[in-house]
Design a protein around this ligand. Structure first.
Ligand code: HCA
Ligand code: CU
Length: 394
């Protein structure tokens, strides 16, 4: 399926609020909502307005900010919750019901028949209210496929705008997601939203696979925060889509990703992981000589993403024993030192030997290079008295 018809439902303000370290103040929620909107996500999902008085008030304030993004309230499939969401003035309501054996038995105790009765009541109410409506099966990937399809075709015939397929416990793999989403795609007319947890490390790949199979909406959170170890991270999804085709993410303000990750990191007190997609400290760090040489010749040789598109600079690691003379030469010229290839190779040997004991700071590398440059300043004069030597030819 073509990938150019997807929308991002960022749920940092709902799923992200379920992250163990998250407690957003009203002002922080507004700030996150504005940043997400400025980045360009198409939807912002907020916590159930019926959850607490502040949750209601925050939903109301966010819904009235006049964002480009549509504001969705996440609700249980009950009239009471749906009414509170409508009162809060949101543009859409995302309702859910657990359909797996596990959740039916241990969470809410309802049969599929009863679930569909609730769905009918809530969906028809929301339609009367003229808000965008989504019905999601919680724990879809532990729900038998025939049950899932029965639920989705029924809510589709009730006229929902979108069905949600949630991998609530992170058990799905990309192959399984493709199968389920394709099956749902073939029986419903509604849009399809995918929500995937990362317990077994597939959240980004699963979201991508859902889009490949005809899904239209993907749930994300900033830094992937959510229940347990979270869901598809916004930055990771963007990186995945960019790697397929940069034009797929051209409509987003990519340099804002760093601000978003930093904002949520600051608010939650959780550092951005070193290996985070795009914004991790090492996301664009090149080390081994073979890599740095090629990257200096053409960054695309070892980069799927151009850091400049995200307003980030790549780093070339120099002070280590795997370093290469091309990178060392690059540093020398950045320092304005005119060293010939022989000196650069000698300096590289010296850096490698010193770095056998441990990484060197840039200052130490610079000292080595300056020392070689100083030697050169002496040598040409010495040589000149013996007939002159072209330093660069040696
Ligand atoms: C939850 C459940 C949910 C809902 C996803 C959805 C999940 O923790 O409240 O509404 O599609 O992972 O199943 O986040
Ligand atoms: Cu979830």
């Amino acid at each position: 399926m073509p990938l150019d018809n997807f929308r991002i439902v960022d749920t940092t303000l709902r799923e992200g609020e379920q992250f163990a370290r998250a407690h957003f103040t009203s002002e922080q929620k507004l700030e996150i909502a504005r940043e997400l909107d400025a980045f360009g996500v198409e939807y912002v999902e907020v916590t159930n307005p019926a959850a607490s008085p502040a949750s209601f008030e925050d939903a109301r304030r966010i819904a009235s900010l006049g964002l480009r993004a549509r504001v969705l309230a996440h609700c249980r499939c009950s009239l009471e919750d749906a009414r509170r969401a409508v009162e809060a003035g949101v543009q859409g309501v995302n309702v859910l019901f657990g359909t797996s054996e596990q959740l039916r038995r241990y969470s809410h105790g309802r049969s599929i028949h009863e679930i569909l009765e609730f769905a009918r009541e809530v969906i028809s109410y929301l339609q009367e209210q003229g808000v965008e409506t989504r019905f999601s099966c919680e724990d879809a990937f532990r729900t038998p496929l025939d049950t899932l399809l029965e639920v989705y075709t029924t809510v589709d015939s009730m006229g929902v705008d979108r069905v949600g397929i949630a991998d609530t416990v992170g058990v799905a793999d990309p192959h399984g997601v493709h199968e389920v989403v394709s099956a749902v795609r073939s029986v419903v007319r509604a849009d399809i939203e995918f929500h995937g947890h990362d317990d077994s490390g597939c959240a980004i790949a699963n979201a991508y696979s859902a889009l490949r199979a005809g899904g239209t909406h993907v749930d994300t959170t900033v830094l992937g925060i959510g229940e347990r170890n979270g869901i598809t991270p916004l930055g990771g999804l963007i990186a995945r889509l960019y790697a397929t085709d940069r034009s797929l993410v051209a409509r987003y303000d990519l340099p804002r990703l760093r601000r978003l990750d930093e904002l949520v990191s600051r608010i939650t007190g959780v550092p951005i992981p070193f290996n985070n997609y795009v914004t991790g400290e090492m996301a664009f760090a090149h080390k081994a000589g073979m890599h740095t040489k090629a990257v200096l010749a053409n960054p695309g040789s070892y980069e799927a993403l151009d850091p400049a598109d995200f307003g980030i600079e790549r780093r070339l690691e120099l002070g280590h024993r795997l370093t290469g003379w091309n990178a060392v030469a690059h540093r020398a010229s950045a320092l304005g030192l005119r060293l010939g290839e022989r000196e650069l190779r000698e300096a590289t040997r010296e850096i490698k030997a010193l770095a056998d004991a441990g990484p060197l700071s840039t200052d130490t590398v610079d000292e080595v290079l300056r020392a070689w440059a100083a030697r050169l300043e002496v040598e040409p004069r010495t040589c000149a008295s013996t007939g002159g030597v072209n330093v660069w030819a040696r």
